[in-house]
Design a protein around this ligand. Structure first.
Ligand SMILES: N[C@@H](CCC(=O)N[C@@H](CS)C(=O)NCC(=O)O)C(=O)O
Length: 201
């Protein structure tokens, strides 16, 4: 059975957890307390040399890290990852964008605000990330004009990757009020069989 090294509050881990539930794919969840350094042990570093969750362990013990790579692996051959060359590249476009322009800002701000507090020496960086987070939301809002989902007319792993931290952006102090298309899209993504919230083990 597939094994997911997981941490409940992590949006990156939630992406994999959510897709496996949407695909009705059984898996074992292993809780890793990242705040207690459990992802930095020698044993865990053999699974992911960077010492982060999520990690997906396959039946033969092979480990895969990076949430968006895990999404692509799980989605292969399903409607969550288009077979068409251009559409697939567009999905990758949003997965890379999420990791470069969205997650480093919105997820980090949420982590500081909700979990550990803003480090005293990172106040300026916090403000910068907050502004870049709002910019990322503006990019999404603009792209969603006249579109139900990020790529084509169906929900793909691009939507799941972006959903993970956008739907909890308010926990970092981001106001989704000025982004009505994002709010409607969040409802569309959540409105499908098998959907489970981030809080569900
Ligand atoms: N780019 C990675 C980021 C993974 C990541 O940042 N994981 C965090 C939790 S969201 C973590 O494990 N932090 C613990 C640590 O760095 O020790 C991905 O998308 O999977």
């Amino acid at each position: 059975m597939l094994r997911l090294y997981d941490y409940l509050a992590s949006g990156n881990a939630y992406k994999a957890r959510l897709l496996m539930r949407l695909l009705d794919r059984p898996f074992e969840r292993i809780d890793v307390d990242i705040l207690e350094g459990e992802s930095r042990t020698e044993e865990f570093l053999r699974k992911n040399p960077e010492g982060r969750i999520p990690v997906l362990e396959l039946d033969d013990g092979t480990c895969l890290f990076e949430s968006n790579a895990i999404l692509c692996y799980l989605a292969e051959g399903t409607p969550w990852l288009p077979g068409d060359r251009l559409d697939r590249a567009r999905v990758l476009q949003w997965l890379f964008w999420e990791q470069y322009s969205h997650e480093p800002n919105i997820a980090t701000v949420r982590h500081w605000v909700k979990h550990v507090g803003v480090p005293e020496d990172k106040r300026a960086l916090f403000e910068q990330k907050r502004a870049l987070g709002v910019k990322a939301l503006s990019v999404m809002e603009r792209h969603l004009e006249g579109r139900p989902y990020f790529v084509g007319d169906r929900c793909t792993v691009a939507d799941l990757a972006l959903y993970a931290y956008t739907h909890v952006a308010d926990e970092g102090g981001f106001d989704l009020g000025p982004f009505p298309r994002i709010r409607a899209w969040l409802d569309r993504v959540a409105d499908r069989p098998g959907f489970t919230p981030i809080t569900q083990r």
